[in-house]
Design a protein around this ligand. Structure first.
Ligand code: ZN
Length: 470
């Protein structure tokens, strides 16, 4: 077994002067609401989705707003002549222009007919065509399935009364939104099976096609996975309908059992799950899995399946319930999803397995630090940096997932398990359906414990932790 000594390399002046005991409180002054209504028709033979998206935005910010800013994730695939072609934009019933920003046009600006003030509503309709990329990204199609996420222009989040301009990176997640309500109608050929966010509220057949309607409130996004080969199994936990869509019934059965167990575990541990449905869809994604509100993609199978389902289910809290900017500090939710998975595995497979995972993670990160030290002289890598600033996907994953997990484990050791659990629950309930930052997390911990969390957070975030192996 690996014995680890973990010391925090902090300057004493930070420890003595920067004690912060401010309250854990919601810091988002704006409480605007967003309601999307999207109608989409899939021509799967040519990989084209024809869409009409309507957004009703009730604005409750302090400063007036003269334009809306959307993130158009699908335009990341423009190099392959895929992405979104906008046909028309209407604002409060009047046709308006639009402009696309960024190298690939991933930011869409729409000018408003009337400036928005506190309490105003604006109604925007965008007609567009989406050419689906071929491949294994979160948006894409293969022979097996069509993955629809980031498939509609999403209104950028608001933070400190400003639009958050989302910067895509070659690795990591970039989907990030304030919670919204969704009504989605999708027309597909009748033989297709659709896994989606939200609850299916109607089914209408017409000739060879079928139109499904879905609803979900307080969601970060609305995603789907569509395949003619899905076999579906369902069950209920705490009033939540859980469905698993697999290519083999055995996979669906295992995924369903793990999802039921994980959803129940995290609901007890953090707070209640906010939706009436939860679906796990098997995909050919180029990663183990990916989270969306009420739906996760999972490509893992065999021994990895339980851990991946648990990780993606944990994101229903650390992404869905408590949002955070994945392009600015991915460790905040990835590390927490990893830590939550560790807790789940401890419950499911026992403390010895849990300890082994922790030791293996320390060992893996220590060897990364040793390489880093020989190359650059530094022995630790900062956690808080933009996703695009990590030097490789390997470094991004190592720091946000592995070091992120070790950070929360260290926070638990410093705080004691009882206070740690209390602070985390407080973080979850305080930022329920809001967006949090590392500062918010720190303040939730500072409220419970007379410990210099500023020094702890600074050391971990800035890469000043000394990891030693004995
Ligand atoms: Zn994750």
């Amino acid at each position: 077994m690996l014995k680890k000594i973990l010391s925090i390399f902090v300057i004493l002046s930070i420890s003595s002067s920067a004690l912060i005991f401010s309250a854990c409180k919601e810091n988002v002054v704006e409480d605007s609401s967003r309601a999307y209504s999207i109608s989409a028709t899939l021509a799967e033979d040519v990989g084209v989705l024809s869409c009409e998206m309507n957004l009703v935005y009730d604005y409750f910010g302090e400063n007036s707003v003269s334009g809306l800013l959307f993130y158009n994730y699908a335009n990341n695939f423009r190099d392959d002549n895929k992405g979104v072609e906008i046909k028309s934009v209407y604002c409060d019933g009047k046709q308006v222009g639009f402009s696309e920003k960024g190298e690939k046009g991933t930011l869409l600006e729409i000018p408003l007919v009337h400036e928005l003030f506190f309490g105003d509503r604006v109604d925007v309709t965008i007609n567009y065509e989406l050419k689906l990329p071929v491949g294994m990204d979160i948006l894409g199609m293969t022979d097996k399935e069509i993955r629809l996420s980031g498939w509609y222009p999403t209104l950028c989040p608001r933070y400190m009364d400003q639009w958050v301009e989302i910067e895509s990176a070659p690795w990591g997640d970039s989907l990030f939104s304030d919670v919204s309500d969704y009504e989605v109608r999708l027309s597909v050929p009748k033989y297709m099976v659709v896994a989606s966010s939200g609850k299916r509220v109607s089914t209408v057949e017409s000739g060879e096609r079928i139109t499904y309607a879905y609803e979900i409130d307080n969601a970060r996004d609305f995603a789907l996975s569509i395949s003619k080969d899905y076999k579906t199994l369902s069950g209920t936990v705490d009033g939540v309908l859980i469905s698993a869509y697999g290519y083999e019934e055995e996979w669906a059965e295992q995924a369903l059992n793990y999802a039921k167990r994980a959803l129940s575990f995290f609901s007890d541990r953090y707070c209640s799950y906010p939706h009436s449905t939860y679906s796990v869809a098997q995909t050919e994604l180029n990663a183990g899995g990916m989270e969306f509100s009420g739906l996760v993609y999972v490509s893992a199978k065999g021994e990895e399946l339980e851990e991946v389902v648990a990780h993606e289910t944990a994101h229903q809290w650390w992404y869905g319930v408590v949002g955070s900017n994945p392009t600015e500090y991915a460790w905040l939710d990835e590390g927490l999803a990893e830590y939550s998975t560790l807790e789940y595995i401890g419950e499911s497979r026992g403390i010895v397995v849990r300890e082994k995972i922790v030791d293996d993670t320390y060992r893996a990160y220590i060897s990364v630090c040793q390489v880093e030290h020989s190359l650059s002289g530094r022995g630790d890598i900062p956690m808080t940096q933009k996703s695009k600033d990590f030097r490789s996907q390997y470094e991004y994953v190592t720091v946000t997932y592995l070091k992120g997990k070790l950070f929360y484990e260290n926070l638990k050791e410093i705080s004691g398990k009882s206070l740690f659990d209390k602070a985390l629950k407080r973080y979850c309930t305080t930022f329920y359906m809001k967006t949090a930052t590392p500062q918010d997390l720190k303040e939730c911990f500072s409220e419970y414990c007379n410990i210099n969390y500023s020094a702890v957070f600074t050391a971990w975030e800035e890469g000043r932790v000394v990891f030693c192996e004995q």
